[in-house]
Design a binder for this molecule. Structure first.
Ligand code: AVI
Length: 321
């Protein structure tokens, strides 16, 4: 007879940690990297010389600003809606150009964190006082659902940073479908996709010499320690990155350097690790035009244009419904 123990969870995070650390092979979701310290480590990653993604997208937005602005524009203006706005460093290139050239637009940054939105609004008020900023706090889906009702003028939905790459293809299609549902004919989606390239360049981007990415990956253990009264020793794990040039998938792992047991207090769970056992923590998918076209088709979208940097490391695509 099968005996079932019921474990109750205070949070989704607890539930997913339980699921991932009792599975074989073990896994954790990269969406939990981003607490206060994780946000800061990710900012540091974006400034690393190895992490080419930031500079490539920065170059695309700087080199093609006017062409992008013209694609966004419509006779009665548009609303620029950014999912996961962050500190807006890259977006400000576009906003400055749009504002200086008197484009008729509002900027609607969406973020789960009210704190991030407040800081962004304050910095924009100082740097670009003519830009009308209307922050929207909530998850992407909550806010997109709200915005689906809004049909007054053209919506341009923007997702920078190749954030879609942290999703497996089926989840990426669902994400695109969700965005599609909030669009009406004439609206646009402008989204960044990191491209397949020399595998070594990709491995270096996720395995920097200074160890910032390793700290970012291990931060999930630190977070479990703090939020779930656990006793992980992050030094007992090493950060390991792989890249499969066939599928374009970069994967991050935490690898147990020695046999050990960890106790997670709030879950009452003892987790055993054999030496060299892994926890898979993140995927960072790399794309080419064929894969992006396939994703778009599956989601009911069309590619209407693309912008790239001079090395063709990264692309921002325009999608329509
Ligand atoms: C947020 N995301 C697109 C980053 C990436 O490239 O997958 C997160 C990251 N992980 C390690 N370095 C950066």
């Amino acid at each position: 007879m099968k005996t079932e123990t019921t474990v109750s969870f205070e949070t989704k995070f607890e539930e997913e940690v339980f699921e991932g650390l009792t599975a074989f092979p073990k896994f954790l979701s990269s969406k939990y990297f981003y607490d206060k310290k994780g946000d800061k480590l990710f900012q540091d990653i974006m400034a690393l010389p190895e992490y080419y993604l930031t500079n490539c997208e920065f170059d695309i937005l700087s080199e093609h600003t006017e062409a992008i602005a013209r694609t966004f524009n419509s006779p009665n203006g548009f609303d620029l809606i950014e999912l996961g706005a962050g500190d807006g460093k890259k977006t400000k290139i576009l906003l400055r150009h749009l504002s200086e050239n008197n484009y008729d637009f509002n900027f609607l940054p969406i973020d789960i964190s009210q704190n991030v939105l407040d800081e962004l609004k304050t910095s924009l008020e100082k740097e670009l006082p003519n830009v009308e900023v209307r922050p929207q706090q909530g998850t992407y889906f909550e806010v997109l659902e709200r915005l689906a009702e809004y049909k007054e003028r053209k919506k341009v939905i923007m997702v920078l940073g190749s954030n879609i790459g942290n999703l497996l293809h089926p989840q990426a299609i669902l994400f695109l479908k969700n965005i599609r549902e909030s669009m009406v004919e004439g609206d646009l989606l402008f989204m960044g996709f990191d491209q397949k390239k020399d595998p070594q360049t990709i491995l270096d981007a996720y395995n920097d010499k200074t160890g910032v990415t390793a700290a970012f990956n291990k931060n999930i253990l630190v977070r479990i320690n703090r939020e779930m009264q656990a006793d992980f020793d992050p030094d007992n794990f090493l950060h390991w990155e792989t890249y499969d040039p066939e599928t374009g998938t970069a994967k991050s792992f935490l690898v147990a350097k020695k046999e050990q047991s960890v106790f997670i207090g709030t879950l009452g769970l003892k987790v055993h690790f054999k030496q060299w056992e892994t926890i898979h923590t993140e995927i960072s998918q790399k794309y080419d035009d064929d894969v992006v076209e396939w994703l778009a088709k599956e989601a009911g979208l069309q590619i209407d244009g693309q912008f790239t940097d001079n090395k063709e490391y990264y692309k921002n695509y325009i999608f329509t419904k």
